[in-house]
Design a protein around this ligand. Structure first.
Ligand code: RB5
Length: 145
């Protein structure tokens, strides 16, 4: 895995998984930018999706991982930002193809819907897979037109 800055953010539904993934990323030699939430109390996931979008827009990181209960709400909120391509993935194949075909810059995971080992595998594959470009570049560009 590259020694890049990887941002993470979650609501309360993804808080526990975020903590596990922070440890995993640090063990892999990544610098982690933790954008919160900082505890298990109930919070609103759009605020943390917005924090991730700001970190990527400001160049503090290139890629991030978002967590909520399902990964659905926080990915929807993140994708309201034009420069964000957030992929809510439930397995390694989706995580790989979200990078290879969609050039996803954010992975969204469900802290209540997938297991931690699957989550770690998804993060690992997401960070190591390069965008294939070619025909996929045209399609990805059309999302930002
Ligand atoms: C919070 O209870 C839950 O709704 C949230 O984490 C997420 O799953 C929404 O999509």
């Amino acid at each position: 895995m590259r020694n890049d800055v990887v941002a993470v953010a979650s609501d309360h539904g993804g808080f526990e998984m975020k903590g596990e993934i922070v440890k995993f990323l640090e063990e892999q030699g990544c610098d982690v930018l933790d954008l919160g939430t900082d505890g298990p109390d109930s919070v609103d996931y759009p605020e943390f999706a917005d924090a991730m979008a700001a970190a990527i827009r400001d160049g503090r990181c290139d890629r991030g991982v978002l967590f909520c209960g399902t990964g659905i709400g926080i990915s929807m909120a993140a994708n309201r930002h034009r420069h964000i391509r957030a992929a809510n993935c439930r397995d390694v194949t989706e995580a790989r193809l979200s990078r290879a075909h969609n050039n996803a810059n954010v992975l969204a995971l469900g802290g209540r819907t997938i297991g931690i080992e699957v989550a770690k595998d998804c993060v690992h594959v997401f960070l190591k897979t390069e965008f294939e470009g070619g025909r996929h570049a045209r399609r990805v560009a059309k999302m930002s037109d």
